[in-house]
Design a protein. Structure first.
Length: 265
């Protein structure tokens, strides 16, 4: 009887030890499996964060490309350049990179942060006073069973055109020319054509030099047209301010503004 009890006790002890080992192995397996899942989630989250940087970089690049194509398409009026470029008032963009949806809206802005962490477009990031600047609002979204990602950001970008300086130079030249013509002493019965052409030439010399100092090119052209039944001709003029070789995301381009009018000789 004693031997039998010992055998039963040994069997029970073995079962307890075996059960403990099984439970321990199951716990270890579950712990390792959870670790693998957490590691996978961590890796995917890191990958999503990296791809999100690329996604917002792509929409920012699209904003600058779109803007550059509008800016270089033709000359724009000095008095209201943006009024002649409605496409720049609000630009909607979207992209999908690595499953990350990026929806963005860009607008021209007159204020913003001077530094920006959008490193993919470093030469064009941040607000620069006097340049043409943009505010870009980006919404990023990504969703899987393991990772949920959503982020909204605002970035400031620019194209290095001398926006304020070119407009100011153009309008100053126009104002100077009109003032000179209005101040001319006219002889009754005689046309003031030579005096007006002289004022145009003087304005051209004066403001061409000022424009060069600012990194711009200015020219004033003129033409005269005889009017039927009128003794003196009408003289038309145009002030053109250009900035050549502007660095852009699609290569160098030319920014140009102009303003014209007519003067009765």
């Amino acid at each position: 009887m004693g031997t039998r009890r010992k055998a039963i006790a040994a069997t029970i002890s073995s079962l307890v030890i075996f059960g403990t080992l099984v439970a321990s192995n199951v716990a270890l397996y579950e712990s390792q499996e959870q670790g693998v899942v957490l590691h996978a989630v961590s890796d995917e989250a890191k990958a999503v964060a990296t791809e999100a940087e690329l996604a917002k970089g792509l929409v920012a690049l699209s904003l600058l490309r779109t803007s550059q194509s509008v800016l270089e398409a033709s000359g724009h009026p000095c008095s209201d350049p943006l009024g002649a470029m409605p496409a720049l008032r609000s630009i909607a963009l979207s992209s999908n990179f690595g499953g990350i949806a990026a929806n963005a809206r860009g607008t021209v802005t007159r204020s913003g942060g001077q530094s920006d962490n959008l490193t993919l477009l470093t030469p064009f990031t941040g607000f620069v006073s006097g340049y043409l600047n943009f505010a870009l609002t980006v919404d990023l979204g990504f969703s899987t069973s393991l990772v949920q990602y959503h982020k909204a950001e605002v970035h400031y970008l620019h194209l290095p055109i001398l926006y304020d300086e070119s407009i100011a130079t153009c309008l100053s030249a126009v104002g100077y020319l009109r003032s000179k013509v209005q101040g001319l002493k006219r002889t009754p019965g005689a046309c003031a054509t030579p005096s007006i052409l002289g004022a145009i030439a003087e304005a051209d010399r004066r403001y061409s030099a000022l424009a060069r100092e600012a990194g711009l090119t200015l020219s004033i052209s003129s033409s005269s047209m005889d009017r039927w039944g009128v003794h003196c001709p009408t003289i038309s003029y145009e002030v053109v301010v250009s900035q050549y070789g502007v660095p852009g995301v699609s290569g160098d381009f030319t920014w140009r503004v102009s303003e014209g009018g007519s003067l009765l000789a």
